[in-house]
Design a protein around this ligand. Structure first.
Ligand SMILES: [Zn+2]
Length: 365
């Protein structure tokens, strides 16, 4: 555990604002090799990533994290890349999200036997195209898919141990374009008003109750985010109308089922409409099992808190991992993530390492 603070501070001093790396990945690789891991650097596009593995008895447990950070912005009292310690807290961009958790996991694994690997990307905060998704493809091709993966994103709200994430909602964006025929407002029979087709379609979409939610999920929700015609005239029927919408959905739906629904609804109201869909992640839920039970037990043993298991928040890289193996997320308290003077109490960082260590060694894991 004496590794924890020096490693966390070394990482925090790297200006690894996506897509920059500033030596963060090679610093990790050097540490992991010293600890007996076999490290495979994986460069995709201009992004540095790595996979590290140490053989051992028992199930194959993976830890996933990212070394990239969001820009610091203005107004810090402590140097965002200085790794300063004040009032028993460690300051720096990435202290919480999530260089601190990476250091905690490596410190935990350092003196703990077992089959452990790390999936570390430099592309999580931006597009996430050349990161975790591609590392998992590489892992599958090389027979490295773990039995369980723990993502170290900050999940806790108030106290370390209060929240584990066992799934995430999916997110789908749609852009609708309804063509019509432009014309004089006084001669509508010579025109085809696209707004009169778009509005009933949107009304029908917005009116549907997608589902009522479930034990671990909020109800799915469709939100119309923009309706645009851009018509400056009062006496012109416009030639086309567009709209955009976003759907946050639970596992009762998926990209295919939502696409079918949107397509079918539009076809009835506006047969010529064009629909462009981008799904940034499917919904997933990791059913309770031995690994999530071991994680919960490790948290309770260390903190005395029984964590709530939920699926709140936006998407994370867990959406890529869930296609291959069960995945849960547990990390620090997220209160200062992406904020000025991002910081973690050192005692909390040590506690996180202790939780990870108990989890790695627990028979259920
Ligand atoms: Zn993060």
């Amino acid at each position: 555990m004496e590794l924890l603070l020096p490693l966390a501070r070394d990482l925090l001093r790297r200006r690894s604002i996506t897509p920059a790396d500033d030596g963060a990945q090679s610093a990790l690789a050097a540490t992991l090799e010293r600890l007996g891991f076999t490290v495979t650097p994986l460069r995709f596009g201009n992004i540095e990533n790595l996979f590290a593995e140490r053989a051992g008895a028992g199930p194959h447990l993976a830890f996933a994290g990212h070394t990239d950070v969001v820009p610091p912005g203005e107004g810090w009292l402590h140097d965002p890349f200085g790794a300063e310690i004040a009032d028993d807290m460690l300051f720096g961009r990435g202290a919480v999200d999530m260089k601190g958790a990476i250091a905690a996991f490596i410190a935990a694994a350092a003196d703990t036997p077992g089959h452990v690997s790390l999936i570390i990307t430099g592309d999580e905060e931006a597009e996430a195209i050349d990161g975790t998704a591609k590392i998992l493809e590489w892992m599958e091709a090389h027979g490295k898919i773990p039995d369980f993966c723990l993502v170290g994103e900050p999940t806790c709200r108030v106290a370390l141990g209060d929240t584990v994430k066992i799934g995430r909602r999916g997110s789908l964006n749609a852009a609708i374009t309804v063509p019509g025929r432009q014309g004089h407002a006084a001669y509508p029979h010579l025109a085809d008003n696209p707004i009169h087709r778009l509005i009933p379609a949107l009304a029908e979409l917005a009116a549907r109750e997608l589902d009522q939610g479930s034990e671990f999920f909020q109800p799915s929700s469709l939100q119309i985010t923009s309706v645009d015609v851009g018509n400056p005239a009062t006496n012109v029927i416009p030639g086309r109308a567009t709209a955009r919408l976003n759907i946050r959905f639970n596992p009762a739906h998926n990209e295919a089922s939502l696409t079918d629904w949107l397509t079918e609804t539009l076809a009835r109201h506006a047969p010529q409409a064009e629909l462009a869909i981008h799904c940034s992640g499917e919904a997933f839920l990791t059913a309770p099992g031995p690994h999530t039970a071991a994680l919960t037990a490790a948290i309770t043993a260390t903190t005395g808190i029984t964590p709530e298991q939920n699926t709140g928040g936006g998407t994370s890289d867990a959406r890529f991992i869930s296609r291959y193996c069960p995945v849960a997320e547990f990390g620090l308290v997220g209160a200062t993530m992406h904020q000025t003077d991002e910081r973690v109490p050192i005692a909390e960082l040590r506690q996180l390492a202790a939780i990870y260590q108990t989890f790695i060694t627990s028979p259920g894991a």
